[in-house]
Design a protein. Structure first.
Length: 239
């Protein structure tokens, strides 16, 4: 099924663009803070520019790949590689610097961006471009990770919850992300398809919606993995 772009309301596209750009802006800011807290304040501007340029190049590159129809075969290899790279980044020196710079409050609160993602998917469903099971009125409950993120971040900031509660929240949030991804995969027109209702899940192979699996999903995964890194550190005392 071809995506009918003219059926998507402008407000839904605007919400999507704003979410993607907001997530990338926060990522760039995190890089800047990490460099500053590493005692390299003079290099902060340079690294901020590099991070911003890298984010822009990634948007352009993935957008061009989608425009070239290279993703229409619904291969999961690109997405799988992105998830592996995200995991590698989380447990690399970059991840160490980000954990030290951001801390648990920022990492947990960051997951609030999943609320506008859920609203976007609901809007795409209403426009006839996304199957119902990928929305919160269907089987995708990922919105709850975003809705609870501010409250959990506040509780951590106030010191009202221990590591067990943070472990539980983070694990549940990661499970909700995994569930959303699995539902999307099982809704694609491939041999793995389980949900046969229409429309099939094809929208993420088109630009600009390709940024959902190439920007937003990896960002959510990275956030959760960094929280686990903080929890596993020998002295998780700084906020």
């Amino acid at each position: 099924m071809e995506l009918t772009l003219d059926k998507v309301p402008l407000r839904i596209d605007a919400l999507f663009f704003a979410t993607v750009l907001g997530v990338l802006a926060l990522a760039v800011l995190a890089v800047r803070v990490a460099v500053q807290r590493a005692g390299q304040a003079q290099a902060a501007d340079l690294w901020t520019m590099r991070a911003a340029m890298g984010a822009m190049l990634w948007l352009v590159a993935t957008g061009l790949v989608a425009l070239s129809d290279a993703l229409r075969g619904f291969s999961l290899s690109l997405f799988t590689a992105l998830m592996i790279l995200t995991g590698g980044a989380a447990f690399s020196r970059v991840g160490t610097a980000l954990v030290a710079a951001i801390g648990p409050v920022g990492l947990i609160g960051f997951q609030f961006f999943r609320v506008p993602v859920a609203v976007f998917l609901r809007g795409m469903y209403q426009a006839g471009q996304v199957p119902v099971q990928m929305t919160y009125v269907g089987l995708n409950f990922d919105i709850f990770a975003g809705l609870t993120a501010p409250a959990m971040a506040w509780l951590v900031w106030r010191g009202k919850v221990g590591s067990y509660a943070i472990w539980t929240w983070n694990a549940l949030g990661l499970m909700l992300l995994a569930e959303a991804i699995v539902i999307a995969v099982l809704s694609m027109p491939t041999e793995f398809r389980v949900f046969t209702n229409e429309p099939a899940s094809t929208f993420a192979t088109y630009a600009p919606y390709v940024w959902l699996p190439t920007v937003l999903a990896p960002a959510a995964l990275l956030g959760h993995l960094l929280v686990f890194r903080w929890l596993s550190s020998s002295c998780p005392g700084s906020r």
